[in-house]
Design a protein around this ligand. Sequence first.
Ligand SMILES: [Zn+2]
Ligand SMILES: [Zn+2]
Length: 187
Amino acid sequence: MASSRSPENRPLAGLSAAELVAEAATNRPALKRIAAAIDTGDPSIKSDIVDHARSIGIDLPADAETWPAKRILRRAMGREAVARQRSNPIARDEPFQCWHCRSDVAPGGSRVRDHCPHCLRSLHVDVVPGDRAAECGGDMHPIGLNRSHGDDTIVYQCVRCGTTHQVVVHADDSQRALRAIINLPPM
Ligand SMILES: [Zn+2]
Ligand SMILES: [Zn+2]
């Protein structure tokens, strides 16, 4: 790559702006690492990345070069890569067979199907509904009902790791099963 800078000013091993952005887009730890190196390194790298982003059609304000490197990188990565790295990535809404009542459950459509509408059981596969970011895979049991941001929610606890989380009640969730949650025996 073309660069007139001396190696000691390039803590990022002589990578071009485009290569830095591509590397940062790999995953969140990479973004963090590269942003930290840029913030503590030669400030002209920021200008290079801003120039690169503008050259590929990303609209950045005049003061973008003064932003923290992480913010510049995220903008330079473009919409698609940022969406991949968000804590709430593209949700997967897939049919599944309920591990508890064996029902075949169809995708939820407007709302990601993250629990069985018949018995309300779930699996510990998501950090947020549909992201499949949890590695546990344990059975999730409904342990209570709640309200969050104006929605009725079901509170779950994982039998394997003990994590609790809540998900929004779906319109077709069994009313009988919802009422039964308050009478469920302890796990
Ligand atoms: Zn079920
Ligand atoms: Zn778990």
